[in-house]
Design a protein around this ligand. Structure first.
Ligand SMILES: [Mg+2]
Length: 100
């Protein structure tokens, strides 16, 4: 199991070679839709935490493929993510909260 986690980049490159970018983008949108569906079921009180975990994993794998394809390196993504987290912090503070 650990070995496959360590070979993700190689697998993503091979998947893109074999299936093509458009196919992988289609799969990414399908996986996001599957996660949306499971989250909707959860809101309707369904006990589906295992399915949610599976769909989160599927979406994370597809997001990793997209980041690799577009060559978004970790430093760049951390910068973008930090900007978004700063925006979230603004919303939290605006609502009267803090993270201290
Ligand atoms: Mg899925």
């Amino acid at each position: 199991m650990r070995e496959l986690l360590n070979r993700r980049e190689e697998m993503y490159t091979k998947a893109l070679e074999l299936f093509g970018l458009i196919s992988q983008l289609d799969i990414a949108t399908e996986e996001m839709a599957e996660l949306i569906k499971e989250l909707s079921k959860f809101k309707r009180k369904e006990k589906n935490l295992n399915k949610i975990a599976e769909e989160v994993a599927d979406v994370e794998i597809m997001m990793e493929q997209i980041k690799q394809y577009f060559d978004f390196d970790k430093e760049y993504m951390d910068k973008v993510k930090n900007k978004k987290l700063n925006k979230l912090l603004g919303h939290i503070e605006k609502a009267g909260g803090s993270i201290d």
